[in-house]
Design a protein around this ligand. Structure first.
Ligand SMILES: [Zn+2]
Ligand SMILES: [Zn+2]
Length: 240
């Protein structure tokens, strides 16, 4: 039996700027260094979610150094999916970031109601090359056609997230959807991201539950885009 692989990055982390999270970029980097991570992604909520930062915040992420405590910092956003597959940060702002996550959130402008609405909106977002990862697609609050979404991910190269927080207290009822998404990703060869969705530094790099689901599904390690820094650089097209 091979040893369990170790994840070296975590691309879904909220700072105090999200309005309902509790650590700074420096605290997050220090915790990542302590845990041996090579890189973290700062992904505060897009402006449509109450309490989240104004549009002006996102270009100012440029003030963060590339490396803090030896950890590579990627500047991103967790954008809110809006009706019609739009997101709440415009193209010009997305272009200035290293990466963009997008997901469905309540109270953030999206008014779709049916499985068909959610599936169409999500597929439209996945066709936007500025969005690289779909967050918590297993959320039962926004049911989707899992097979269509996974096939689209394989076709567009958009990664589907297996979100650790969905197994430890957030988005109750996600577990079985997440396992099915992982099985479908293994079957159709779709890229997968394993992230913490940390809202405080202590949760950075806490990925065990999501990793277990990915391994159990038999997803090839090469399809886990967050496995290490080199993989993230290649996936985001940031290699020099
Ligand atoms: Zn989210
Ligand atoms: Zn999040």
């Amino acid at each position: 039996m091979d040893s369990v692989p170790v994840l070296k990055t975590d691309l879904h982390i909220h700072t105090i700027a999200s309005g309902h999270a509790f650590s700074t970029v420096n605290e997050i980097a220090a915790e990542a260094a302590r845990k041996g991570l090579e890189a973290v992604g700062i992904a505060d909520h897009g402006p449509a979610l109450p309490g989240s930062p104004h549009h002006f915040y996102f270009p100012c992420l440029k003030f963060i150094p590339d490396l803090i405590d030896g950890v590579r910092i990627f500047r991103g956003v967790e954008a809110n999916i809006l009706n019609g597959g739009e997101v709440d940060l415009n193209e010009a702002l997305l272009e200035r970031l290293d990466f963009a996550l997008a997901g469905f959130h309540d109270h953030a402008g999206y008014t779709g109601e049916t499985l068909e609405d959610h599936t169409e909106a999500l597929i439209a977002v996945m066709r936007n090359p500025r969005i690289q990862i779909i967050t918590h697609p297993g959320n039962p609050r926004f049911p989707i056609d899992l097979e269509r979404v996974v096939k689209t991910a394989a076709a567009t190269g958009t990664a589907l997230e297996i979100n650790n927080a969905s197994f430890v207290g957030s988005r109750h009822g996600s577990e079985e959807n997440c396992r099915e998404i992982a099985r479908l990703c293994a079957r159709f060869g779709a890229p997968v991201a394993i992230n913490s969705d940390a809202h405080i530094a202590q949760a950075v790099g806490v990925l065990d539950a999501a990793l277990g689901v990915v391994l159990e599904a038999g997803i090839p390690w090469a399809n886990v885009v967050t496995r290490d820094l080199a993989a993230v650089l290649a996936f985001l097209g940031l290699e020099k």
